[in-house]
Ligand binder design. Sequence first.
Ligand SMILES: Cc1cc2nc3c(=O)[nH]c(=O)nc-3n(C[C@H](O)[C@H](O)[C@H](O)COP(=O)(O)OP(=O)(O)OC[C@H]3O[C@@H](n4cnc5c(N)ncnc54)[C@H](O)[C@@H]3O)c2cc1C
Length: 403
Amino acid sequence: MNSKYEILIVGGGAAGFFTAINIAEKNPKLKIAILERGKTVLEKVRISGGGRCNVTHAEFIPKELAKNYPRGEKELLGPFHQFCSGDTIEWFANRGVELKIEDDGRMFPVSDSSQTIIDCFLNEVKRLKIDVLTSQSVQSIYQGNDYWKVETNHETFSCQKLIMTTGSNPKIWEMLEKLGHKIVSPVPSLFTFNIKDNRIKDLMGISAFAKVKVKGSKLEASGPLLITHWGMSGPGILRLSAWGANFLAEKKYQFTIQVNWLHETSFEDALEQLKELKQEHSKKIVSKKSPFDFPNRLWESITIASGIPLDVKWADISKKQLTALANQLTNAEFQVNGKSTFKEEFVTAGGIDLKEINFKTMESKLFPNLYFAGEIVNIDAITGGFNFQNAWTSGFVLANSLG
Ligand SMILES: Cc1cc2nc3c(=O)[nH]c(=O)nc-3n(C[C@H](O)[C@H](O)[C@H](O)COP(=O)(O)OP(=O)(O)OC[C@H]3O[C@@H](n4cnc5c(N)ncnc54)[C@H](O)[C@@H]3O)c2cc1C
């Protein structure tokens, strides 16, 4: 059987639904279908943000918003002028979904449940009479004279315009590569670092604002660093994993990081501060109380690593110990051996080469009437709601260009 549609969207995820809904709103008469290989749709939305769905980020200036995309910063600038995070808030509000801002700028539905977003999308496709066809795994696509033929495991479809929103699906990338598109090799982004080190062994759950550098590279990031069961996580580490996705993959996730627990303070300034502390608190025990803005347990571990026994007073620490302490505070080296998945959000860097997409329309520059939106293209962001914003923005721009 050959089912005919004007628009076919392959992939029932965030980008697929957002694109379909926006096209149908502008063109109510078009016959549109979403083909999804799974039995259910919007699975990633469901598990996103720990089940709460971090829909977007409260950064409303296109240029600033674009800075959160290690891949796609330049290309997204134009699209963000068309549809930015403020538009996302309005889009959902117009459909009865209020979003709230958390202290770190992440935005979630007021309900704190991703189901609210799923329900909103499902209601919209029903209202707009978009066909959602599940268990339809696309196996091949073929370009005819003025149509596209799409074969799934069950049926053959044809359409005038074909929109691919299959996220980081390797088989679809392979298929598009065979068709002639360049695919930038996929590597994971947004992961935490595995570190086995006595200095952090018993400190699980402790968080400190730190600056972290990857030794032998220009990669560095600042932010809360969280010590976990396996090593280190938190916004600073995740940011490094995103910006360094390709470099760290090349290193096979074996590298050294340098942690500055005092953030911007240099070794020399730290040493001066420690000398002053030695004078001021001469009669007090060094390891007892953290003189810096991080927890006592971390301070105790740093003093031990600097060769200062637990019962030593400030007056009694040697010059060598003070130097070691300043070094452990501002330049503590940790060996990373592997990575772990960050369960709240993870993405794949890589995908359709950005040079082959027209970012005014999201159309392929190689094949007319073939379009892309969402994670299928070589765009990804740091954690915080930016990856969904890419899905919303690319979907909107695409729909707008068809309107
Ligand atoms: C655990 C987790 C939590 C996350 N949390 C957040 C968050 O809170 N905020 C945020 O901004 N980002 C988050 N992300 C990232 C975000 O989910 C993705 O960037 C986003 O879902 C990409 O949307 P997409 O529609 O492009 O791709 P997807 O959501 O991956 O959708 C692609 C769809 O295509 C379907 N498909 C694939 N191949 C075929 C085929 N051959 N035929 C038919 N259908 C096919 C898939 O089954 C899928 O339904 C999270 C990711 C994960 C894994």
